[in-house]
Ligand binder design. Structure first.
Ligand SMILES: Cc1ncc(COP(=O)(O)O)c(C=O)c1O
Length: 375
């Protein structure tokens, strides 16, 4: 009996492969196509000749752990102990998987919002936990009454994504306060806050769980240097959690990967002294605004984008096709790849919405929208 009978190749793989086969502009998978900062590539080139090629300590390269602690203090005013409360991971993906493996047991219920990033549910199933999907409202706000109703003595974890992929939504202060009220009512529930787009928020700024005392003492927070420094292929991220949770997470991590790529850790550690995360939101806001402006001449309807580098659009006025077929046709007939939003839903709810990634050069966005405006 397979362990994940319903899991097939992810939509990101399918669409990226199709985009390559048809020579389409790939706005599907979430990765930048502009050059990595020269400072970072120079650091890597130099480090390749230095003594940074062996295993690092299990929880991370010590200078990087210290820099993450410093970044967390600067960004969120939170003091974390680099030795006991931080774990460098092979991307947020491995961090999230490891946290779920370590903390969710047989029959534990895990609340996952719907739509959601695709890795959470299989992660929970592999821990023999029970995923409990709770629908977001149609405007993608969270229905906290439904979340609270779903909580019981078997609920082990609530997973949130903030800023949210695929919708680009950011939790408001009122949302965070409602979440706090639920966790106060249910003292055994742990929060897993996926904040990989933490440095990409626009008019409404992210309220990180790092800044909320009540939440952070019960939370595992996932970050991604891949997203923050435009190097998704490096697969370096980290978790922050209080020591009592981190102790358990490290037990799984040491047998899953033991330690993460040493050169990448050393490079990011140096780079953190030479760059600022404060400029990232403005950089992507400019891309979002430009992409929106270019698309305004099309028949696609723009949905709000508060954070992340994803723009969701409706194609309701263009076609009645389901969103998967529409995305396939977008590739084969119009040469642009997108992601159908139905694939983020438990039951494939089709609202005629698709997601574009705008973490691309201006030239790519211009050519893609030139094609999209002809539809
Ligand atoms: C919401 C969310 N979480 C986690 C990840 C994975 O991050 P990483 O590439 O660091 O593994 C992604 C990547 O797209 C994501 O969108």
């Amino acid at each position: 009996m397979p362990k994940l009978p319903h899991v097939t190749t992810s939509i990101f793989t399918v669409m990226s492969k199709m985009a390559a086969e048809h020579n389409a502009i790939n706005l599907s998978q979430g990765f930048p196509n502009f050059p990595v900062n020269k400072k970072l590539t120079e650091i890597v080139a130099r480090l390749a000749k230095e003594d940074v090629h062996q295993y690092t300590p299990m929880s991370g390269y010590p200078p990087l752990l210290n820099k993450i602690a410093k970044l967390t203090l600067q960004s969120y005013g939170r003091s974390v102990d680099p030795e006991t409360e931080i774990l460098v991971t092979t991307g947020a993906t491995q961090g999230i998987f490891t946290a779920i493996q370590a903390l969710v047991k047989n029959e534990d219920e895990v609340i996952i919002l719907d739509p959601s990033y695709d890795s959470y549910k299989p992660n929970v199933l592999l821990s023999n936990g029970i995923p409990v999907r709770i629908s977001l409202n149609d405007n993608y706000s969270t229905n906290w009454d439904l979340v609270e109703k779903a909580c019981n003595e078997n609920t082990k974890m609530i997973i949130i994504t903030n800023p949210h992929n695929p919708t680009g939504k950011i939790l408001s202060l009122a949302d965070i306060e409602k979440l706090e009220a639920i966790l106060e009512k249910f003292p055994n529930i742990i929060l897993l806050s996926d904040e990989v787009y933490e440095y990409i928020s626009f008019e409404q700024k992210l309220i990180s769980v790092n800044t909320r005392k009540l939440l952070r003492n019960r939370a595992v927070i996932a970050s991604s240097f891949g997203k923050t420094f435009h190097v998704t292929g490096w697969k370096v991220g980290y978790l922050i959690a209080p020591e009592y949770l981190m102790k358990e997470i490290k037990k799984v991590h040491q047998f899953l990967v033991f330690s993460v790529n040493s050169i990448a850790q050393a490079a990011i550690s140096e780079y953190l002294d030479q760059t600022s995360v404060d400029e990232i939101s403005a950089f992507y806001q400019q891309k979002r605004d430009y992409f929106q402006q270019l698309l305004s001449g099309s028949r696609f309807e723009l949905m709000p984008c508060e954070g992340t580098y994803f723009q969701v659009v409706s194609y309701k006025t263009i076609s009645d096709e389901n969103d998967v077929d529409f995305c396939k046709r977008l590739i084969t007939e119009h040469g642009v790849a997108a992601i159908p939003i139905s694939t983020f839903y438990e039951n494939g709810k089709d609202l005629k919405l698709i997601r574009f990634c705008f973490a691309k050069t201006d030239a790519t966005l211009e050519e893609a929208t030139r094609r999209l405006c002809k539809i």
